[in-house]
Design a protein around this ligand. Structure first.
Ligand SMILES: *Cc1c(COP(=O)(O)O)cnc(C)c1O
Length: 379
């Protein structure tokens, strides 16, 4: 007898938008890869993490706070907001702190989007720029990059003319690593309707900043009287991904107040707040991380291009690489050597992997293995 499956009681409780959401892909589980491959060490290049470590000031700050973990954290993270505000010359009331900048992406969608609203973002892009809007029942239009991973001004102008409520733009872009120039950012700002909230996601800005062509979003938007927010994070250049701290600099304190109503009151734990304050204070450590990242990215990109692979020009701490074959297959073979990268699954990019930077030694192991896989396929 065939059994017709009825939706279970829990399934029919779940909102239609939620049931249809794609799952966020965090990359392969290192424990699982270690077990399956038998590799003695796993090289994790899947999450754009910082291989050089956080400032030593972070461990000291966290250690000082450990005696006080019976207390709830500061619900407004005011020491951190004030420290960021001083650094950027922005009032602390225009700064929002999140449990990672992902948390702020989520709050923005919850605060702003009604079902049916339009959100514009880029493809290929960061999956949460699509997942959170869809969670709220919004429609997402993705503007493709040009064939050379560049900014398509005409396509953006068209998309922005369709009255979006929210615009998500990452600069540098994840997964390509490509940065917008000042002129390109000006173009977007001018074409974004006043009725839309422009969200500039600058998760990798610290890496791009040494390039004089990189526009600092806060500096560009500071004098624009329109709704905007620039998002940054302690997860990447500051090396605090495990603590989960991100922040936003908003055009108006009223936007921060709206986010305060939707966020959980104690969204950032106290150890994380203290860690971020300490990391922010160690400018020498940040500068050294950025310098070493730049050297290593240039070296790896040159080596891969020299071997005939197409690599997007990265201003960040990762490389978007055309493997010339099925990326899932390449990723499976890399797993057998204990190396984890992400296969990119967006339409048109099924041959691409995104690999984050690690130490020079681990990067060399990765490149060596990748080229071996690509060469074997050619034979
Ligand atoms: C990594 C990343 C983030 C999220 O960072 P968290 O602060 O760790 O949540 C946001 N946006 C982009 C584009 C990223 O790549």
């Amino acid at each position: 007898m065939t059994h017709v499956r009825e939706p279970s009681a829990t399934e029919s409780l779940v909102r239609r938008e939620v049931a249809g959401l794609p799952a966020y892909d965090p990359g392969a589980d290192p424990d699982e890869v270690a077990r399956a491959s038998g590799a003695t060490r796993v090289i994790k290049l899947s999450n754009n993490e910082n291989p050089f470590g956080a400032s030593p000031a972070v461990a000291a700050a966290v250690h000082r706070r450990l005696a006080a973990t019976t207390r709830y954290p500061d619900p407004t993270a005011k020491r951190l907001a004030e420290a960021i505000g001083r650094t950027l010359a922005v009032p602390a009331g225009r700064i929002v702190i999140g449990n990672g900048s992902e948390n702020i992406l989520e709050m923005l969608c919850q605060a702003v989007l009604d079902p049916g609203d339009l959100v514009v973002t880029q493809a290929p892009g960061f999956s949460l720029h699509e997942i959170f809007p869809r969670m709220m029942g919004a429609r997402v239009e993705k503007v493709p990059v040009t064939g050379e991973f560049g900014f398509d001004a005409t396509a953006w102008r068209h998309a922005l003319a369709a009255a979006p409520k929210l615009v998500f733009l990452a600069n540098p872009c994840n997964p390509t690593g490509v940065m917008l120039t000042g002129a390109e950012l000006d173009h977007i700002v001018a074409a974004t309707p006043q009725s839309a909230l422009l969200v500039l996601d600058e998760a990798y800005c610290e890496f791009a900043r040494p390039n004089p062509a990189y526009p600092d979003g806060v500096e560009v938007l500071r004098d624009h009287n329109r709704p905007w927010i620039v998002l940054r994070t302690f997860s990447k250049a500051y090396g605090l991904a495990g603590f989960r701290v991100g922040y936003g600099i908003a055009s108006h304190s009223t936007l921060v107040q709206a986010l305060d109503r939707v966020r959980t009151p104690y969204n950032v734990n106290q150890l994380a707040q203290d860690a971020a304050v300490a990391a922010l204070g160690d400018r020498a450590h940040l500068a050294e991380t950025v310098r070493r990242t730049g050297v290593e990215i240039a070296r790896l990109a040159a080596r891969l291009r020299g071997a005939g692979l197409r690599v997007a020009p990265s201003a960040a701490n990762f490389l978007f690489i055309d493997t010339g074959g099925d990326a899932d297959d390449v990723v499976r073979q890399l797993h057998r050597s204990g190396i984890i990268v992400k296969a990119w699954r967006e339409p048109g990019y099924q041959k691409f992997i995104r690999a984050s930077l690690s130490t020079p030694e681990e990067n060399d192991l990765f490149v060596h293995r990748l080229l071996e896989i690509c060469r074997r396929r050619e034979r």
